[in-house]
Design a protein around this ligand. Structure first.
Ligand SMILES: Nc1ncnc2c1ncn2[C@@H]1O[C@H](COP(=O)(O)OP(=O)(O)OP(=O)(O)O)[C@@H](O)[C@H]1O
Ligand SMILES: [Mg+2]
Length: 286
């Protein structure tokens, strides 16, 4: 099966069959993480070296977005698409990755990715667009317990997106601005909708934006801490997911947990890296 994105893009001609057929001859492995907000792809070689990655917004068409991410990663890695031995899909939209050899849960992929980057990891905290997960792993990287947020945006990327919009700031600047706060504001609402109203009231009262941002980081961090406590806060703690790019949230969470956290260089692609490493491992069995 040929998966064509558009006339200018790389054409990916992979399916389960071709992945298996070429697995003995070549040595590149891909992971595609189809998240609620963004699709991430990572490509590793046989020595577990990350060759390239790509992040694209998921939007309404996750099938196409997944292919776009994979194509971009293939292009950046400068590998021939035919040399991809195995593609493993993860994330909530994983079953939309047509060329996958198989799917693996995000829990496992984030654990494998985090352990690969920080071998002493015992607790992984993944804060994505709509999910927040705390995952306990043992010394071999096996998942021994995990917990996820219920259907609530508090303490997820969505919470930060709504608040950034309400305050008229770029999400990318959220953390940096919050670090300039001169006082700590405690928000009384955890719910995203009520917290947004509270933020609007604080602005109307003349409260400084940086102080409100710090209050929001602390509120989200409090929520994530409660979740992590359910599986146990054991060092080393590694944080993954796009929200780990918010330095204000990271500092607030680190302070509340009372531990220093491992922050990957690119926290958003850790699940995709995990999926690519599983693809490599499984290729030995295919
Ligand atoms: N530069 C940045 N600064 C701050 N936050 C960011 C940045 N980039 C992304 N984010 C946050 O990361 C979130 C997306 O993270 P991620 O890609 O891990 O989510 P996802 O995997 O699509 O979602 P889920 O795992 O919940 O399905 C966005 O909602 C946004 O809040
Ligand atoms: Mg995710």
């Amino acid at each position: 099966m040929w998966c064509k994105i558009n006339d200018n893009d790389v054409v990916v001609n992979l399916n389960k069959q071709s992945c298996c057929e070429v697995s003995l001859a070549v040595s590149y492995y891909a992971g595609v993480d189809v998240g609620s907000v963004s699709c991430k792809a990572a490509i590793v070689d046989a020595s577990k070296q990350l060759l390239a990655s790509a992040i694209v917004p998921t939007g309404a068409y996750c099938r196409e977005a997944a292919l776009q991410a994979l194509s971009a990663a293939i292009e950046r890695a400068r590998v021939n698409p035919n040399d991809l031995a195995v593609v493993v899909a993860t994330g909530y939209g994983r079953d939309n990755v047509e060329c996958r050899a198989f799917s693996v849960t995000e829990i496992t992929c984030h654990a494998v990715g985090a352990i690969h980057l920080f071998p002493k990891t015992r607790l992984v905290i993944d804060v994505g667009g709509q999910d927040c997960k705390a995952i306990r792993v043992d010394e071999r990287g096996t998942v021994i317990d995990f917990v996820m947020n219920d259907k609530c945006a508090a303490g997820t990327g969505r919470f930060f997106e709504v608040m950034a919009k309400a305050l008229g700031i770029e999400l990318e600047d959220f953390g940096e601005i919050s670090l300039k706060a001169s006082k700590q504001i405690k928000l009384s609402s955890v719910c995203t909708v009520f917290a947004e109203s509270e933020v609007i009231s604080l602005i109307a009262r003349g409260e400084r934006v940086e102080n409100i941002l710090l209050g929001l980081c602390l509120s989200a961090a409090e929520r994530v801490k409660k979740l992590a406590q359910k599986v146990g806060i054991i060092e080393e703690v590694t944080i993954t997911g796009g929200v780990a790019r918010n330095i204000g949230f990271i500092e607030a969470l680190s302070k509340l947990l009372g531990v220093r956290m491992n922050i990957p260089e690119e926290p958003q692609i850790v699940g995709a890296i995990g999926a690519a490493l599983i693809a490599l491992e499984k290729s030995e069995w295919m």
